[in-house]
Design a protein around this ligand. Structure first.
Ligand code: URA
Length: 232
């Protein structure tokens, strides 16, 4: 791919703006030699203003989503893209969230520009477990494990029952849920179905992949090791 197109697709600017960056000598190789728009060079050797070029398409990000951010691009309030470099919002192919977390849910959110990977992760057929910890308004009743594990729970306005979910009581008002599907507001609606209310919700894992030391608002690019953990 021509360098102008590559940089434009990575969100550095329009083709015209990127062509100007080349003319200004802002795009160099690792030794500081100015690159020209029709040069053919390896991605990892390219520098823009002495900084390594953003990662090539095929990107997977781990983000610790804080409460108060939405996964939509259109929301007028805080959105998860605000936590990333502004360029990441302009990439082509686009960087999408892998499923969604509610505005009031915190925890592990994956983002990718790889459509096939996205579908593999969210597909119910992949049965990738998603682990949530919920803080509840009322004490647990004691039958939640049986209700959630039965595979017969029907949420309001749904036509098929939920797949069996794993449940562990972590305290009188604190529980861990393991889901293998992702329906709209699923955890909140499951607890509503057993007469409770979720006060705080946090996703700790997708597959075997956890937050791995990321603090709220922090993100990083997934490594091969992260991918192996995801599918473990
Ligand atoms: N279930 C919910 O209710 N909310 C989320 O954000 C994720 C799962």
């Amino acid at each position: 791919m021509k360098l102008v197109k590559l940089l434009a697709n990575l969100g550095y600017g329009s083709r015209k703006q990127v062509a100007l960056m080349f003319r200004e000598g802002r795009v160099t190789d690792a030794h500081g030699e100015v690159l020209y728009a029709d040069d053919v060079v390896a991605h990892e050797t390219i520098r823009v203003d002495d900084e390594p070029l953003d990662p090539a398409p095929g990107l997977l990000l781990l983000l610790h989503k804080p409460v108060g951010y939405t996964c939509s691009t259109k929301d007028p309030g805080r959105v998860v893209y605000d936590l990333l470099p502004p360029r990441f919002r302009l990439r082509n192919p686009v960087l999408s969230t892998v499923g969604r977390l509610d505005r009031d849910t915190s925890g592990l959110l994956l983002m990718t520009d790889d459509g096939a990977l996205l579908h593999r992760i969210i597909s119910p057929r992949s049965k990738l477990p998603k682990v949530y910890e919920a803080t509840l308004a009322q004490d647990l009743r004691g039958d939640e494990g049986a209700v959630f594990g039965a595979g017969t729970l029907m949420l309001e306005s749904e036509t098929t029952p939920l797949a069996p979910a794993g449940f562990d009581a972590l305290g009188p008002r604190h529980a861990r849920l393991v889901l293998h599907e992702g329906r709209y507001h699923q955890v909140r609606r499951m607890f509503a179905a057993v007469g409770n209310h979720v006060e705080a919700l946090h996703r700790t894992h997708i597959g075997g992949l956890g937050l791995e030391g990321l603090h709220p608002g922090q993100w990083r690019i997934a490594t091969e090791e992260d991918l192996a953990k995801l599918w473990h």
